[in-house]
Design a protein around this ligand. Structure first.
Ligand code: FAD
Length: 365
């Protein structure tokens, strides 16, 4: 993953703060990252991907997350789309769509609706299949990367089950409205997506549909949760780096900030937060790469620990930089806003806790 890491460093550089303020990423940067396979790096080489393990893709995702959580959000969406196509698409769909995603086309994944947030069983979007045609009707909200996407994977009810439709952004009946002024990951292209009787060939329905909604959503979110968890590790590493530099470079009361014991405690807590999150992610990625049965719980645990640690860790970094982090251009101020949203997406902290509690009950005694 070294080449993809270097490419990410070069293309993002020190521009994330400006993109955050503008609320927009340069599409050329996203397309270049996509074309070089860095946005969905686990896609096998035969489909034009880098064929990375979950562990190596995780480190790449952490690297991106440390530089720019908005780009990392796009990376999470693209990776989740590719994973969903690999998991639920038939061989022909994999051959059709995956090379597009490793060739510079961008994708988003739409589950949430106004009245179906944590409770996705309340979704009302319909994917009706009749003969060789499918019709998609519904309204999705907060779709990350939709503002840049060429393809939107839309999850909806279909017959008595559920399906995923791969909807080209320029299909008649698709209308996007950008989410105005998000509080974090401001440049990630979040949009509400309205689908007015969007007509597609039935070959755009992954695997032909007929899935159980809960199983479908859990399987698709597996990648998103893993990716967000690693992205949070990147946020923690960046907060540690910036904090350590700052407390060595500034003095108060005649001594370096780093020499005040209450300041050192903050650094120690940040290190613990980063290391614990890293270990949880490494464990989940090991389960992923080995195909272990405890994978779902390990990924939810990693997402839960990493997002909570990142939200707390970024708050600690703001405390350490004090007035230097009290403005929008500061990287830790950005980390603070971005990290808080990581406790909300891909299953809120509370939903992750419910999943983990169910896991305890299912495996105890
Ligand atoms: P609600 O479900 O209304 O929850 C409100 C509060 O109640 C939360 O604290 C929640 O934990 C708690 N709560 C709800 N039910 C329970 C319960 N049973 N027990 C305990 N507590 C509970 N969606 C997509 O489909 N695709 C995307 O790409 C995407 N990207 C996003 C990016 C960002 C930055 C954000 C903010 C959201 C994104 N979303 C996306 C939507 C996201 O998945 C939802 O916001 C999330 O699932 C929570 O839903 P909600 O906001 O409606 O909150």
């Amino acid at each position: 993953h070294t080449a993809a890491r270097d490419l990410t460093s070069t293309l993002i550089g020190d521009r994330a703060g400006g993109w955050d303020l503008a609320g927009e990423l340069p599409v050329a940067v996203l397309r270049e990252l996509g074309r070089r396979g860095a946005l969905c790096a686990q896609v096998p080489v035969e489909f034009g991907g880098l064929g990375l393990s979950s562990a190596d893709n995780g480190e790449l995702t952490a690297h991106t997350g440390g530089l720019c959580s908005s780009v990392r959000s796009v990376q999470t969406s693209q990776g989740m789309a590719a994973w969903s196509i690999s998991r639920f698409g038939d061989p022909e769909q994999r051959r059709r769509y995956l090379p597009r995603l490793t060739g510079g086309r961008l994708a988003a994944v739409a589950f949430s609706e106004v009245d179906a947030g944590s409770d996705l069983s309340a979704m009302t979007t319909r994917i009706e299949v009749a003969g060789d045609e499918a019709v998609v009707t519904g309204e999705k909200v907060w779709t990350t990367a939709a503002g840049y996407a060429d393809l939107i994977l839309v999850v909806g009810r279909s017959g008595s089950g559920a399906a995923v439709a791969v909807v080209p952004r320029d299909s008649p009946g698709v209308r996007l409205t950008r989410v105005p002024h998000p509080s974090g990951c401001r440049a990630a292209g979040h949009a509400d997506v309205r689908l007015d009787a969007v007509r597609l060939p039935v070959s755009a329905i992954l695997g032909g549909g007929g899935h159980d909604l809960s199983m479908l959503v859990t399987a698709m979110l597996l990648y998103g949760r893993m990716s967000v968890a690693w992205g949070c590790v990147g946020i923690l590493r960046e907060c540690l780096r910036v904090s350590a530099t700052h407390v060595r470079s500034r003095s108060q009361f005649g001594t370096e900030l780093a020499r005040h014991q209450l300041v050192s405690r903050h650094l120690a807590e940040l290190l613990v937060a980063e290391q614990v999150a890293t270990r949880a992610c490494e464990h989940a990625s090991r389960c992923w790469d080995a195909g272990e049965p405890g994978l779902v719980a390990a990924v939810v645990l990693a997402k839960q620990v990493s997002s909570q640690n990142a939200a707390r860790g970024a708050a600690t970094a703001v405390q350490l930089l004090a007035s230097r982090a009290a403005h929008d251009g500061s990287p830790v101020a950005r980390a603070y806003r971005d990290a808080k949203l990581m406790e909300i997406i891909e299953g809120t902290t509370e939903i992750c806790q419910l999943v983990l509690a169910d896991h305890v009950l299912a495996t105890a005694g």
